[in-house]
Design a protein around this ligand. Structure first.
Ligand code: AMP
Length: 284
């Protein structure tokens, strides 16, 4: 499952992403988190991003696209991921489309958390308070001044993505003003409705296909074995007759249980020469 969580700062993207990670076992890819780690580690990217982030600006597209391109290559992202805070501009969204296209990966949905802007300042202040209470360092950009700038950035640079993804029929909107629990439930309901939680929905069909394939292989193998043992039986004896019979039966079963898939047809084909050889040998 590959998702994007879209919403202004303080809309709950991070919280919901963590809950999805927990429930579905996929990774959360937060460009904000990665950039904060780069700043803390003093890497070249961190040095470049530090000032921009502190002022509520956007880090250049090529920098964040590079980070995401590397990150989705990691083994833990193979099963799926939730992008939190990326893309934030139309060029980033286009770059992501290209990255996924090259890797033959599909984006399941973009979930927009819609919130009233008036509630965001309260939320961000609360987040800062909670962080302080845990004895952790408060984000430099979680101040009323910087938040105002980040909101302005969101409106001008990120909001156009709502149109971008709705045109591509990827956008699904959730009321982000509800409780955390309620929002999570709504997101999961949406994911189930669009079939993004496919393992559960598809498992029976997949299992049936697998079982059928296995049976066909087993039967074809039995047919071959029967064909091999046939020459041992003397011509005209009851043993030869029963060998012939078992080959016939096995081949019939293989044809019957074969699904329409090419691989299964191959197994049936493999059973036919065995049948011919067995007939020939039985005649001898
Ligand atoms: P966040 O934790 O998502 O609120 O991001 C914190 C800050 O990191 C943002 O205000 C930006 O300065 C920077 N940032 C995070 N993600 C991106 C992105 N996709 N594009 C540009 N800047 C980003």
């Amino acid at each position: 499952m590959r998702l994007i969580l879209l919403g202004p700062p303080g809309s709950g993207k991070g919280t919901q992403a963590q809950r999805l990670v927990h429930k579905h076992g996929i990774v959360q890819l937060s460009t904000g988190e990665m950039l904060r780690a780069a700043v803390a580690a003093g890497t070249p990217i961190g040095l470049q991003a530090k000032e921009i982030m502190a002022n509520g600006g956007l880090v250049p597209d090529e920098v964040v696209v590079g980070i995401i391109a590397d990150r989705i290559e990691q083994p833990d992202a193979k099963k799926g991921f939730i992008l939190d805070g990326f893309p934030r501009t139309v060029p980033q969204a286009e770059a992501l489309d290209e990255l996924l296209r090259k890797k033959h990966l599909k984006l399941d949905a973009v979930i927009e958390l819609r919130v009233n802007e008036s509630a965001l300042l309260d939320r961000v202040e609360k987040r800062a308070e909670e962080t302080r209470a845990r004895g952790e360092e408060v984000r430099l950009d979680d101040t009323p001044d910087v938040l105002t700038k980040r909101l302005a950035q969101y409106r001008s640079m990120t909001e156009p993505l709502i149109h971008y993804y709705s045109e591509r029929r990827k956008l699904l909107t959730v009321d982000g003003m509800m409780t955390i629990e309620h929002v999570t439930r709504d997101i999961n309901r949406i994911l189930a409705a669009i079939g993004a939680l496919e393992p559960k929905a598809e498992e029976p069909a997949k299992a049936a296909r697998k079982a059928s394939k296995k049976t066909t292989k087993k039967v074809a193998k039995a047919a071959k074995k029967a064909a091999k043992s046939a020459p041992k039986a003397a011509k005209g004896t009851s043993k030869a007759k029963s060998a012939k019979k078992s080959v016939k039966k096995a081949t019939k079963k293989a044809v019957k249980t074969a699904p329409k898939k090419a691989s299964a047809r191959k197994s049936v084909k493999a059973a036919k020469p065995a049948k011919k050889a067995a007939k020939k040998r039985a005649k001898r």
